[in-house]
Structure formats: structure tokens, C-alpha cells
Design a protein around this ligand. Structure first.
Ligand code: ASP
Length: 580
């Protein structure tokens, strides 16, 4: 016996008169006294079954016992629906199956929620993910994800990239997060780390002469979960030998384009825009600006050095942005709250009314010259100021900018803005550790000409790192790497990593770099984030089959769980009592 001759969603007018078997889930049953209608759903879509007690008394008997989400098999004849019963919103809406035989293949207990129910809370959805995944939009998201991955693989393969699998049980890779550790039974007290990325291995593959590597790699990072972050996620990870930055960018732009095309969407225009990190920070206060709207930042630091308004005069950086409308007191109040959430002390403002008159508690402290300097071209506008350390001002004004972009409907959602942000600083100051640390990872190349700054002015040294940004979301990062072991050691030293520690942690890489390392560089793009954006989802959990909750558990299986004493003992592990 065949379970089915066709997928439910494939039933069409041309099948009228044919005998067919269909199998799937009972999505809905309507009992009209005599006639019973069942919407049968499978991975192909929905088809309507009609069970007429006069035609098939036994099937009608069975139909009365069918409940939502029972698995059923129906056999019968495909018939055209009466004109008034045609459902134009369904691809199968012109036909139905006149059932002769109906079988309940598998029953379902009462459901915790209906598959078509809206607003089911997320923990329930994740606990019963297999029901949740039956929903149309989840089916669509997982299929979309598979289409994108397939397109990317095809593209990479066609462009000479070799798919190489790298270990998941390995040594710590520094990408700025904590490691997940795996104990080793055969060597108690020793641990593998799950890779935060295949970074070191892909560099080694270049030294090994692979030329072009790629992998859809799973990465593990123990960090707080957010809407766009999971403990484990996939990257399109790639590396090239002898590349220019343009070669890397071209590859990514091609892979992005191929993904759009696979989804039958117009690919974004190439080459993508580029901004240096400095320019992005100066104009948008962000290294991942959303370019679909303006509201650019302007610098006022020089102009406020002698201001009577001490908040401005004393701030290391003063910047402003102009909102093209008069904001109300309430709106300004909530923006001030937002500024504080992002670490600002407040948010000074000037409101220019229709006549160009200024309304603001700080206006009386500002010189006429300064007010004229920021006066908007059009009246009815609000100027918002940030005055603080440069990075704080940037963070606050960029948060305000993004908020207003959405709130005031300034974003043209029909646009897709892809952007390369380039020339990131090589180092970042780590306030807690009181030392310089890497801004991307420690293998990032130094911008040619900036090598001497590594020791003399680390904060000014720029790198060969770049990020890819789509509509304000960071899709991934990459760089041209350091291939000179001496330079690599100088970078380690600048971050306070002694030679001995460098040997201990990264000795295997340093050794590799000493054995004929070609210039190399690459990139990694977060796949779930990319797919989520393609699917129009805000939260990457919507495109992951079995994601973790925000607190880091997996409700379906109940992981993580405690482990029995004997097993721990075998691994040489003792769990400390909780200290809360
Ligand atoms: N390994 C880096 C990351 O995961 C990407 C790269 O530099 O290629 O962000």
C-alpha cells in the first residue's frame, strides 16, 4: 500500500476524476451533520477532504472520531468543487477529495495549543516545538533557511572554495566570549573547548596550501542570549590565500546575491557601499549604521570649547543630530530615558518652532552664534545634543537615532542597505583589565603603515578588519590576517600577553606562521542572523529549529541537566555547591 499518491498541496483541477490517496494531519474538521469536511495538511499544503455518509458510511464513522492533529490517510476521488465552494486563497481551492476510505493512522492527545493559534507564549512554543514547527510560518522559515544554505554552498563551490570540516573538540579560540568546555574521560582534568569559530584552523588551512576554504561552521559562545544571539550558531566561514580585501568582499557580495536570487528576490546592488569605521562613527555614532534614513550626527566639540554652558565646554565630545519636527515634552522625556539607558547623563535639546523661535531650558546659556550654528534649515525641528566621552556620545546618539528612525517612520523599508565598515581600530581599551585588547580577534592584520603604532600608540593603530552590515544589523566580520610571526608576537605583547603565555595559548599557530605562511584573509557571516533578516524576523529563534531560551535552556529536551555522580567521578569532576 502506498501512503499517498500526492502531497496534499499539489492537488489540482487536472486531477479531477482520478483516484488518489493523501496522508497528513487533520488541521480542522467541520461536521455539518451529514457531511464532514476535513482540512488535511502535510508539508505541501492543505487539501479538503469531504466525507459523505451516503457515499462512504464507514469512512463517515471514522471521520466523527478524528480530532485536530490526528494523522489520517484518505483515499477517494478528486472532484471539482461547486463554483460557490471554490476557495481562491488556497492553491488546492478548486478541488476536493471525495473520500471512500478513511483511516486514523495516529492519534494526538489534546493539544497544549492549536497549531493555528496566535500569540502562544514562547516558552510553550519551545516546549512543544514539534507542534510549533507545524505552523506555516515556521515551515516557511526552515525551508527558506535551507534554500539559502544550498545557494551559498553552490556559490562557494562554483568559486573554488573547498568545504573542509574542522574539529569541534579543540582548544580555546579567542573571539571575545567564554568557552564551552568538554571534559575528557581518558584524560581527567583536561578539557576540550568547543570552537567559538574555526578561526585558527582556517588560517592553518591557508598555510597548508588549501587556497580557498569555506564551511558552514557551528560556533559555540558562552555569552548572554539575546534576540540575535544563541549559544550555538552557524557561520558561513571562509578564508582565502593571497587575497586583497576586495577579493573577500566580492566573494561575500556574490554569496549574498546568490541567496537573494535563490529566494527569487532582486539582489542588492554591488559593490556594496563602504565607510571607514571613523566615518561611520562620526556620521552615525555606530559601527553598524542603518543607512535607510538620515539623522546624521554632527560634531560641535570645537565650537563649544568656550561655551558658558559648562556641560558642553567641559565634555570631551559634543555632538548633535537634527530631528525634522518639533518634539513634545513627553517625547523628549522618553528620549532622555533612552539616553540614560545607554549610559548618557541626559539629553540636551533645542526645539525650533514654526517661526524659528527656540524653546529650551539651556538656550539662555548658549551664545547666539552657537544657536545659529545648529539652526536647522527648515523650522519646526529639534536639535538633540550628546556631551560626554566620545564613545558614550556615539552610543547614546546612535541609540536615539535608531529609535527615532523607527518611531518617526523615517525608514524606507523597501530599501536594502548593505555596507562594508572598514579600517577598524586594531585595539580597544579594556577598562576592567586596564589593558589594550583586540577589537576583533588577535590575528587581525595591522593596516600597512600602522605597525609602529603597535607599541607607541596602540589606540591609534588601525587594522585590516571589516564588518558587513545590512540595514543596521551586523552580519559578520573578517580581516586580512597577520601572517608574519614576529608581527603576531608584537600584537600579543601589546595586549599584555607575554611570549611564554602566547606560546602556551597560541604556540601551535605561531609555529605554523613560521613555516611559510602565505598572506591570507577571510570572513565569517552569521547565518541565522542573515536568514532571520531574509525571512523578515526580528528574533533568530524564529529561524532555528530547536533554539535555547533566553535563560539558556532547551525546553523540549530539558537540557541542560545535572549529571550523575559516578559519571562526574569518571571525568574527575566535582561540582561545587551553589553559592548564591
Ligand atoms: N572568526 C571571525 C569571527 O567569528 C571571523 C573572521 O575573522 O573570519 O567573527
Amino acid at each position: 500500500m502506498r501512503w499517498r499518491d500526492l502531497k496534499a498541496g499539489e492537488l489540482r483541477k487536472e486531477h479531477v476524476g482520478e483516484r488518489m490517496a493523501l496522508a497528513g494531519w487533520a488541521a480542522r474538521r467541520r461536521d455539518h451533520g451529514g457531511l464532514v469536511f476535513i482540512d488535511l495538511r502535510d508539508e505541501g499544503g492543505l487539501a479538503q477532504l469531504v466525507i459523505n455518509p451516503e457515499r462512504a458510511p464507514q469512512a463517515a464513522e471514522v471521520a466523527h472520531g478524528v480530532r485536530n492533529e490526528f494523522v489520517i490517510r484518505a483515499e477517494g476521488e478528486v472532484a471539482a468543487r461547486a463554483p460557490e465552494a471554490v476557495n481562491p486563497s488556497l492553491p488546492t481551492g478548486e478541488v476536493e477529495l471525495q473520500v471512500d476510505e478513511l483511516e486514523i493512522v495516529s492519534r494526538s492527545e489534546p493539544l497544549p495549543f492549536q497549531v493555528d493559534e496566535e500569540n502562544v507564549d514562547e516558552s510553550t512554543r519551545l516546549r512543544y516545538r514539534y507542534l510549533d514547527l507545524r505552523r506555516e510560518h515556521m515551515q516557511r522559515n526552515l525551508r527558506l533557511s535551507a534554500t539559502v544554505v544550498a545557494a551559498i554552498r553552490r556559490y562557494m563551490d562554483e568559486h573554488g572554495f573547498v568545504d573542509v570540516w574542522t574539529p569541534n573538540l579543540t582548544k580555546a579560540t579567542p573571539e571575545g566570549a567564554r568557552d564551552f568546555l568538554v571534559p575528557v574521560r581518558l584524560q581527567p582534568g583536561r578539557f576540550f573547548a568547543l570552537p567559538q569559530s574555526p578561526q585558527i584552523f582556517k588560517q592553518i588551512l591557508m598555510v597548508a596550501g588549501m587556497g580557498r576554504y569555506y564551511q558552514i561552521a557551528t560556533c559555540f559562545r558562552d555569552e548572554d542570549l539575546r534576540a540575535d544571539r544563541q549559544f550555538e550558531f552557524r557561520q558561513l566561514d571562509l578564508e582565502l590565500s593571497f587575497p586583497t580585501r576586495e577579493d573577500v568582499w566580492e566573494t561575500l557580495e556574490g554569496a549574498v546575491g546568490a541567496s537573494f536570487e535563490a529566494l527569487e528576490r532582486t539582489p542588492p546592488e554591488r559593490p556594496f557601499q563602504r565607510l571607514t569605521w571613523h566615518e561611520a562613527m562620526a556620521r552615525y555614532g555606530s559601527d553598524k549604521p542603518d543607512l535607510r534614513f538620515g539623522l546624521e550626527l554632527h560634531d560641535l566639540t570645537e565650537a563649544t570649547r568656550d561655551s558658558e554652558f559648562k556641560v558642553f565646554a567641559q565634555a570631551p565630545s559634543v555632538q548633535y543630530l537634527t530631528v525634522p519636527q518639533e518634539l513634545s515634552r513627553a517625547e523628549l522625556g522618553s528620549l532622555e530615558e533612552l539616553a540614560k539607558e545607554w549610559g548618557g547623563k541626559g539629553l540636551a535639546y533645542l526645539v525650533f518652532d514654526e517661526e524659528g523661535e527656540v524653546r529650551s531650558p539651556i538656550a539662555k546659556f548658549l551664545s547666539g552664534e552657537l544657536i545659529e550654528a545648529v539652526r536647522p534649515e527648515e523650522p519646526s525641528a529639534t536639535v538633540l545634543f550628546g556631551a560626554d566621552e566620545p564613545l558614550t556620545v556615539a552610543r547614546v546618539l546612535s541609540a536615539v537615532r535608531n529609535h527615532l528612525g523607527h518611531e518617526l517612520g523615517l525608514i524606507d523599508t523597501s530599501r536594502d542597505e548593505f555596507l562594508w565598515v572598514t579600517d577598524f581600530p586594531l585595539f580597544e581599551w579594556d577598562e576592567d583589565g586596564k589593558r589594550w585588547t583586540f577589537s576583533h580577534h588577535p590575528f587581525t592584520g595591522v593596516r600597512p603603515g600602522d605597525e609602529d603604532l603597535i607599541e607607541s600608540a596602540p589606540g591609534r593603530a588601525l587594522s585590516q578588519a571589516y564588518d558587513l552590515v545590512w540595514n543596521g544589523w551586523e552580519l559578520g566580520s573578517g580581516s586580512i590576517r597577520i601572517h608574519d610571526p614576529v608581527l603576531q608576537q608584537r600584537v600579543f605583547a601589546a595586549m599584555g600577553i607575554s611570549n611564554a603565555e602566547a606560546e602556551e595559548r597560541f604556540g601551535f599557530l605561531l609555529e605554523v606562521l613560521r613555516m611559510g605562511a602565505p598572506p591570507h584573509g577571510g570572513f565569517a557571516m552569521g547565518l541565522e542572523r542573515f536568514v532571520a533578516l531574509l525571512a523578515g524576523e526580528q528574533n533568530i529563534r524564529e529561524v532555528v529549529a530547536f533554539p535555547k531560551t533566553a535563560s539558556g535552556s532547551e525546553p523540549l529536551s530539558g537540557a541542560p541537566t545535572p549529571i550523575a555522580q559516578e559519571i562526574l567521578a569518571e571525568l574527575g569532576i566535582q561540582v561545587l555547591p551553589e553559592t548564591t
